[in-house]
Write a new protein. Structure first.
Length: 480
């Protein structure tokens, strides 16, 4: 077994899941810190207009990453199930189809993005004073799109084989390079040219290219399971049925991120109606809340990959324990972070608002009311991760829409006449509790177990097989 790779179908579940999930959590934290520090570089060196420009450009990039994330998760499930079944060739075929499709998609997006960047920024009503800066930034980012998206796809595939350490190491390389290159290329330090805001985008692009090339070189030097050689290069031409599964299963997972983002935009619009003080307080609270979401993303991804490997190996006896440990770790990590943020709320909020800001008391009230709801929502993400491992993806999307738009915004609409602005902060627990209850009901109802998504060992096709504890034979249409 390659260095860093774990057999997720054997041994103690609790320690295996923890050691597998921690590097993913570390990668998420690194990525968020990198974004925050890059924003500081841009703001300090280039001013508020440049920060506004990057904010507009990053919104477009988030939509692209959401779609690729969905495809990446679909490929991770296929790869993990094939790995659990000890069918490395099937894992390579799934990986090859995902990478080939992602490359073509990235080329299309990069070309269309370069041409259509001005129209996209106008569609977002980008302020005129930030338009030229945003255009320069966005076009450089679009140039780097193929390497960036391929890197995302490749690291998610590697995690599917049970190796979370390798992606962490190369995320560390990526972030380190980006942090160093940002001030160098923005200001033109040493022999480097002074590119201004384009330098910030170029730093991200160079870091992405270098870390991706290094990851590919490492994959072949260590002979990692997903490396392709000889006739296996033909796997990069996506097989039609595999492509169908990537799209049918991947799009709903990508849409989950877009739904969450759209709900967030609606919330910002509602908060803006409460005045500048509320907007400032909410912006600071959101900065902290972004870190509270990381355990659920990391542990949810870990339980999904671990469950998929065990499903591939036919180890249904381990699925309930994987779910239980995932929930315990989620509550532990997120609960600890909530406690620390509430205990040190003043210095943390002062980082964003200033030590004597009048918005701090309001931000503190938001924290007290809403922070703990991320534990509830994280629980829903654990259930989603387990069901996703068996190919069930539409149901979690529907639950997300009901929770974030129906319950959260519905609670606000009903409660606002009685609670005022507090209805906004209490809408977070309302939406999160709804998501947890619906996800838990769907999980314990158990019908998600009746469909299994797998790459077969010897045919160039993907099939959905029945694998149920109650019914060992037969065939039904896939759920989700």
């Amino acid at each position: 077994m390659a260095a860093g790779q774990r057999d997720l179908t054997q041994g103690p579940i609790g320690s295996t899941l923890l050691l597998f999930g921690l590097p993913t959590l570390g990668s998420n934290i690194l990525q968020s810190l990198n974004g925050s520090i890059n924003t500081i570089w841009v703001g300090r060196f280039l001013g508020e207009q440049a920060v506004a420009a990057t904010a507009n450009a990053n919104l477009i990039m988030f939509l692209m990453f959401s779609i690729v994330f969905g495809f990446g998760m679909a490929s991770t499930v296929l790869i993990a199930q094939a790995t659990g079944a000890r069918d490395i060739d099937a894992a390579r075929r799934a990986f090859g189809s995902a990478v080939g499709f992602c490359f073509l998609f990235a080329l299309l997006v990069a070309t269309a993005g370069w041409i259509g960047a001005p129209a996209l920024l106008r569609l977002l009503a980008t302020p005129a004073e930030a338009f030229d800066l945003a255009l320069a930034y966005l076009r450089v980012i679009f140039i780097s799109m193929p390497a960036t998206l391929l890197s995302v796809m490749m690291t998610m595939g590697v995690r599917g084989t049970g190796d979370a350490r390798t992606p962490f190491y190369f995320m560390l390389l990526n972030v380190g390079l980006d942090l160093i290159l940002n001030p160098v290329l923005i200001l033109g330090l040493g022999p480097a040219p002074a590119w201004g805001i384009a330098g910030s985008a170029a730093a991200t692009a160079f870091a992405g290219f270098i870390s991706f090339a290094a990851l590919v070189a490492y994959t072949y030097s260590r002979d990692l399971p997903l490396r392709l050689r000889g006739a296996e290069w033909s796997y990069l031409r996506p097989a039609m049925v595999q492509l169908r599964i990537l799209v049918v299963k991947g799009l709903p997972m990508g849409l989950q991120m877009i739904v969450a983002s759209a709900s967030g935009l609606v919330m910002i619009g509602l908060v803006n109606r409460e005045g500048l003080l509320a907007t400032a307080a909410y912006g600071a609270a959101q900065q902290l809340w972004s870190y509270l979401q990381m355990p659920s993303m990391a542990i949810g991804g870990a339980v999904s990959a671990m469950a998929a490997q065990n499903l591939g190996a036919g180890r249904w006896d381990r699925i309930s324990k994987i779910t239980a440990y995932g929930l315990v770790y989620l509550v532990g990590f997120t609960g600890l972070m909530v406690a620390l943020m509430l205990w040190f709320h003043h210095p943390l909020l002062a980082l964003f608002l200033g030590d004597k800001s009048a918005a701090i008391p309001l931000a503190w009230r938001m924290q007290v009311i809403a922070s703990w709801s991320f534990i509830l929502f994280g629980g829903a993400m654990i259930y989603f991760g387990i069901m996703r491992a068996n190919g069930v993806v539409v149901r979690p999307l529907i639950i997300m829409i009901v929770a974030l738009f129906g319950a959260r915004l519905g609670f606000y609409a009903v409660a606002y006449p009685y609670m005022g602005a507090d209805a906004l902060w209490w809408s977070y627990p309302a939406g999160s509790l709804t998501a947890l209850l619906l996800a838990g009901y769907s999980y314990y109802r158990g019908d998600w177990r009746s469909a299994k998504l797998m790459v077969p060992p010897s045919e160039e096709e993907c099939v959905e097989n029945v694998n149920s504890e109650a019914e060992a034979t037969g065939r039904i249409a896939p759920v989700g």
